[in-house]
Design a protein around this ligand. Structure first.
Ligand code: ACO
Length: 383
């Protein structure tokens, strides 16, 4: 029995999985054995989701059916939209999304995890409805009615259309779709682990996704992409980069968008995202924040490269989304739109070989303490 405690379970295998693989020393990421660079070049988010969830690339006919089903289920029930109307517009969109994902379970409460049709329906519904929920919350908090999904638009174009109320150009839609591919899956990260723990109780997939959304929201995980833009804003100019980094290192504060538990080189997704940023800038003009980001990368490598601290996926994604006109507090919900594919793949894998998660602990508290009646306890204010 293992008695060594490793904070954050670093290096401890929590499962056996055949969904994705990361080689953190060489900067390699594979979905079902296919390199992320190949998927980013040639696949689409829905095809990559199919690959992750069903275990292999679809035939054209299988992909057509899958796309059609996802498209068919994009609309939200009126009751979900009515529930969203009661949300405070100042609330974070991740909290809204978590509530909506859980609420979806109320409409599909007959839990039949052994029925392939139930599993298929849950996968399709969650992939289809999460983007609609994110876009609807954005419009409703601005006081507008949500925009209905459009059946003639592909997954990425439809989301950008529902968000901005106009059809995006082909390059923007393709770049957004590649961003979704890059964020779809990443082994046992915190939110996926959270999804697996929840799945292992054999609860419904809506609760699984809701718990993962809550975990993704934190600034050390998905929330970092939002914080990267806030950091670039705070730095303000290339000249301020070095003093900013020096001050953060001196105060032992983390630099957002850098560092990773597994990667000790530049995250391959950050490499691809940087290419996308540049492609987008060529078409719509450069963002001044990009120069700050480039300088940041140089200075962080100089100061922290020896610790294996390099840009992670969150570093450049915010710059892409900003250029697409997306508000920064939607960056993490967009991460969730993509990562739902990975969560569902792990949900399916977990329930196929399930054993409930129940780790142990190393108890460091007291033993044999006497119960003291309340009137005999010392008053802390007298101390
Ligand atoms: N800035 C400054 N120093 C860093 C950073 C950073 N971003 N990341 C790691 N380090 C340093 C640590 O201070 C530590 O130094 P030490 O050994 O001298 O104490 C060393 O590198 C190892 O870092 P840990 O914090 O132990 O690494 P851990 O694996 O626990 O944390 C994490 C990984 C949470 C991603 C961390 O790098 C971090 O907080 N980064 C900033 C937030 C961020 O960008 N999160 C997104 C991650 S990617 C994702 O979730 C999609």
């Amino acid at each position: 029995m293992l008695h060594e405690y490793r904070p954050g379970l670093e290096g401890i295998p929590a499962t056996q999985s055949s969904i994705s693989h990361v080689d953190g020393k060489s900067g390699i990421l594979e979905y079902r054995g296919i390199q992320i660079e190949d998927l980013a070049r040639s696949s689409t988010f829905l095809e990559s989701s199919y690959l992750l969830i069903w275990g292999g690339l679809p035939t054209q006919a299988e992909l057509d059916v899958f796309k059609h089903e996802v498209q068919y289920h994009r609309r939200l029930k009126y009751r979900i939209r009515d529930m969203m109307k009661c949300f405070p517009e100042s609330g974070h969109p991740m909290d809204a999304l978590q509530a909506c994902a859980a609420a979806l379970g109320l409409f599909h409460s007959k839990r039949e995890l052994n029925d392939p049709a139930y599993v298929q329906n849950a996968v399709v519904r969650l992939l289809a409805k999460i983007p609609t929920m994110v876009a609807a919350f954005e419009l409703m908090r601005k006081g507008n009615d949500p925009v209905q999904p459009r059946d003639d638009l592909d997954y990425a174009s439809n989301f950008l259309y529902m968000l901005n109320e106009r059809v995006p150009d082909a390059l923007s839609a393709r770049i957004f779709d590649v961003c979704l591919i890059l964020h779809a899956e990443h082994t046992i990260n915190a939110s996926t682990f959270s999804a697996m723990v929840t799945a292992s109780t054999l609860t419904d997939p809506y609760a699984v996704v809701a718990s993962a959304v809550g975990t993704l929201a934190g600034p050390l995980h998905g929330g970092a992409n939002e914080e990267v833009i806030a950091m670039l804003e705070e730095i303000g100019s290339v000249d301020n980069v070095r003093p900013y980094i020096d001050a953060r290192i001196a105060n032992r504060e983390k630099i957002m968008g850098f560092g990773h538990r597994v990667y000790k080189v530049k995250d391959p997704r950050a490499v691809i995202l940087q290419g996308l940023v540049e492609q987008l800038f060529e078409k719509v003009g450069r963002d001044a924040y990009y120069d700050i980001a480039l300088e940041l990368e140089l200075v962080v490598e100089e100061k922290l490269g020896h610790k294996g601290v390099y840009p992670n996926v969150d570093f450049y994604s915010g710059l892409v989304y900003r250029k697409l006109g997306i508000p920064s507090d939607l960056f993490t919900p967009i991460f969730a739109i993509a990562r739902v594919a990975g969560w569902l793949a792990h949900w399916k894998e977990q329930i196929s070989t399930n054993r409930i998660f129940r780790p142990t602990q190393i108890y460091e508290g007291l033993h044999g303490q006497r119960y003291i009646p309340i009137d005999k306890r010392p008053d802390i204010w007298d101390k």
